[in-house]
Design a protein around this ligand. Sequence first.
Ligand SMILES: Nc1ncnc2c1ncn2[C@@H]1O[C@H](COP(=O)(O)OP(=O)(O)OP(=O)(O)O)[C@@H](O)[C@H]1O
Ligand SMILES: [Mg+2]
Length: 220
Amino acid sequence: MSPALLQHPRFISLEGGEGAGKTTAINAIRNWLGGHGHEVVLTREPGGTPLAERIRGLLLDKGEATAAEPLAAETELLLVFAARAQHVREVIRPALQRGAFVVSDRFTDSSYAYQGEGRGLDPAWIADLERRTVGIAPGMTLLLDLDVRTGRARTSGRDLWPDRIESEHDDFFERVRAGFRQRAAAYPQRFRVIDAGQTPLEVARDVAAAVATFVQGDAA
Ligand SMILES: Nc1ncnc2c1ncn2[C@@H]1O[C@H](COP(=O)(O)OP(=O)(O)OP(=O)(O)O)[C@@H](O)[C@H]1O
Ligand SMILES: [Mg+2]
């Protein structure tokens, strides 16, 4: 038997497809938590530590090396979890232990959506890696749900060159979106699904309300 997952009440993750507004929403969370006197550590995946950021480079690189030797789906999954194992031990757990809130731009749900639904890898394998190498789950996960084309339109032109994941086709991103929605349906107590097609102000309002309810038990 592998160990159970600990759902931590000061750990919040943001999930969603490309351009859904995760990085934008994180600022609304920081403002709300900071304004209520809480220490907040913002972090992101893949990455969050120097070593994990180097692994992120391997995952997203679309250079010559990747063109010559495509990254196998299995390699992608294991690299994501290698980065996450490091992130949890070096950043997330220490911050939670000293009483801070941790807000992560993506966490394990992204692995179920991208490597599971997107790449077709066995979710039971992902769940086993999650229990053995991560051991912790967010107390609340905000899913910024957005149709794929709108997300694409928001990110197009942001970077000169799309990264390895951004270069995937729409059917991949449709599976990823479906994967996130399935996760939200399977864990309704942890997830809050936010309509990310609203204006930035409306999204920020919904995000702040969800955080207030989660932290205080009301929408103050
Ligand atoms: N509600 C919104 N309406 C319109 N544009 C938005 C909205 N939220 C964010 N944007 C814009 O869309 C772009 C993508 O937003 P953001 O970087 O926050 O998304 P993301 O989910 O972090 O994307 P990625 O997965 O690529 O990191 C940014 O240019 C941002 O200013
Ligand atoms: Mg982002």
